[in-house]
Design a protein around this ligand. Structure first.
Ligand code: ADP
Length: 355
């Protein structure tokens, strides 16, 4: 019969492929039970969306099974999302582990669509996810999640009145759209805008979250600055389309995040190709690989491409994100992959801050 120590020693040889450290020293092995020839190992990943879950499970099984006296190995996988921020007592949102901002150089590139689908994908993986629609000028999250006529309920937290986020597709959602009527046209002046962002963060009962995804307005502006001043933003993603060959708008957005000290997780290329619904051929309508090349030139990670698909817009209009409506469709599969990659990179970032 193998001892617990022998099992742990064997697990000490299993590396996390993303973090390049062994899973024991990373604290990912929560428990080891040995019962005769049967061994049970409980492994806790840094994110339930880990794209390498299967590979890690296999390595754990292989390492333990190789020990003399072991006939069967049972691996239980869980997740405990690492915090990508330094929490100080006086900070806002102490229960939120990672704040991920989604921006774009300009409007109409699919930023909100990507934010909503990535958030739902993370929630589907088992993470606790919130989505804050901070696109004050054109909030589209209420439509994309089928919550146009909803208004938030109030509750009390200690002596304070707070607004409860809505629940949609496993997400906690809040949008400025919940507070405005369709006919309201708001001119957001600096202080008012800052106050609105502050309210989203302070007066909404977000509770405990692994990820709060924030859908920012397009371009660079005051909301980005307010957000980074009010809370430590863990990371940012920039969505673009292949037409932006000059990459100028993307670079402006990236520069803005860099100036406000927000680490950039990478660029997502939306509507990168078009799959013909009749013949299934994929057409790179706007050329091939240029955004990826630009990313390399400017030393920013390329997180992946999402194809254009005729199902995305109608699904969004009906409040059913494509990862829910057609999870096997090419855009949904791309979004699910991107969400996993993003969560993995965020874990690496959170751990690199520990050292
Ligand atoms: P933004 O937030 O950048 O302004 P939206 O998310 O509102 O952009 O998307 C703009 C339009 O493009 C919407 O009608 C949306 O449904 C559509 N769209 C976004 N991504 C795709 C895609 N991959 N395939 C097809 N249509 C898309």
């Amino acid at each position: 019969m193998a001892t617990k120590e022998e099992v742990l020693e064997a697990l000490g040889g299993v590396m996390d492929p993303e973090l390049h450290r062994d899973i024991v020293s990373l604290g990912m092995v929560r428990s080891v039970e040995v019962e005769g020839e049967r061994v049970r190992v409980h492994v806790v990943l840094t994110t339930p969306a880990c794209p390498l879950k299967g590979a890690i499970r296999q390595s754990v099984e292989g390492a333990v099974r190789a020990l003399p006296g072991v006939a069967s190995v049972e691996v239980e996988m869980g997740a405990d999302v690492a915090s990508g921020r330094r929490t100080r007592k006086e900070e806002r949102l102490p229960g939120v582990r990672n704040i991920v901002a989604v921006g774009s150089g300009k409007g109409g590139v699919g930023k909100s669509t990507v934010a909503v689908n990535v958030a739902v994908a993370l929630a589907q993986s088992g993470a606790r996810v919130g989505l804050l629609d901070a696109d004050l000028y054109g909030p589209s999250v209420p439509i994309l999640l089928g919550a146009t006529h909803e208004s938030p309920e109030m509750s009390e937290e200690g002596e304070r009145a707070v607004m409860l986020p809505l629940e949609r597709h496993g997400l906690k959602v809040f949008s400025i759209g919940f507070l405005l009527k369709d006919t309201d046209a708001v001119v957001w002046r600096g202080p008012l805008l800052h106050k609105a962002v502050q309210q989203f963060l302070e007066d909404v009962a977000w509770g405990e979250l692994d990820y709060l995804v924030v859908d920012l307005p397009p371009g660079t502006g005051d909301v980005q600055i307010s957000l980074s001043q009010l809370v430590p933003v863990s990371s940012a993603i920039v969505v673009t389309t292949p037409q932006d060959v000059a990459f100028a708008d993307v670079l402006r957005a990236i520069r803005m995040f860099r100036v406000t000290k927000v680490p950039i997780l990478g660029v997502i290329e939306n509507m990168a190709s078009f799959v013909c619904p009749t013949c299934g051929t994929e057409h790179r309508v706007f050329g091939d690989g240029r955004i990826e090349e630009r990313c390399r030139e400017h030393d920013v990670a390329y997180l992946g491409a999402i194809p254009m698909d005729l199902r995305v817009a109608p699904a969004g209009d009906q409040g059913r994100p494509i990862v829910v409506e057609a999870p096997d469709s090419p855009p949904a599969r791309a979004l699910l992959d991107i969400a996993a990659r993003l969560a993995a990179r965020q874990s690496v970032l959170a751990h690199s801050g520990d050292r």
